[in-house]
Design a binder for this molecule. Structure first.
Ligand SMILES: Cc1cn([C@H]2C[C@H](O)[C@@H](COP(=O)(O)OP(=O)(O)O[C@H]3O[C@H](C)C(=O)[C@H](O)[C@H]3O)O2)c(=O)[nH]c1=O
Length: 187
């Protein structure tokens, strides 16, 4: 498995090996042992899978607050999306900073998102599927969101001429200026 650091500490881009043959390919998309050998110790308890029919669908920027904060291991099942992670750990040197990575069925890349970060994505093609593991269960009372186009964060989603397709919840989300993060940077 190839592992790349990002400018946000704790956020990594992982690329599992693909064994290609005349039929196609085989890949271990996740292995607790392989992750532990690389020093990652996450206990995934829930797998999520969503389909976005339209290109330009933006889901995010979401998080769950403690005591049900979620780390995530994100990958693309079909199509392609621009995956974004934002540091919301108060006191972190990279607070409010973001990274983005193109995840696609073709490139097989994954993003490891620790707790303390917002997560969202913008689809690049119709019929895009995202599949991701979570380290805690869905807890609606702990569900939180920051708006995807928050000027304090300044994400370039690469939507081009596409009008973002948003849920009502995401369209109503407020920006980082009105946000009191429940996460504190622990160095
Ligand atoms: C997240 C979640 C949702 N739901 C139900 C609640 C709603 O009735 C329906 C759609 O939920 P929502 O609109 O919050 O789904 P997304 O907009 O894809 O939210 C996700 O999008 C970003 C990218 C994330 O990283 C989060 O995991 C998650 O917030 O599924 C569940 O039953 N369990 C769950 O874990």
């Amino acid at each position: 498995m190839q592992i790349e650091k990002t400018k946000l500490d704790g956020v990594f881009v992982l690329t599992p090996k693909r064994f290609g043959d005349a039929r196609g390919f085989f890949s271990e998309s996740w292995s607790r042992r392989a992750m532990a050998e690389q020093g990652f110790d996450y206990d995934w308890v829930q797998d999520n899978h969503s389909l976005s029919m339209q290109a330009g669908t933006v889901r995010g920027l979401h998080f769950q607050s403690p005591p049900h904060a979620q780390a995530k291991l994100v990958r693309c099942g079909r199509g392609a999306f621009f995956d974004v992670v934002v540091d919301i750990r108060r006191g972190a040197p990279t607070y409010g900073q973001w990274i983005g990575e193109e995840l696609s069925f073709e490139n097989g890349k994954q993003i490891l998102v620790p707790t303390g970060f917002l997560h969202g994505f913008a689809t690049r093609v119709p019929g895009t599927e995202i599949i991701y593991k979570c380290s805690d269960y869905y807890a609606p009372d702990c569900d939180g969101a920051v708006r995807f186009d928050c000027p304090e964060i300044g994400i370039n989603w690469g939507l081009g001429d596409l009008e973002p397709v948003l849920s009502e919840k995401d369209a109503a989300a407020t920006g980082l200026a009105d946000f009191d993060s429940p996460f504190v940077y622990e160095g």
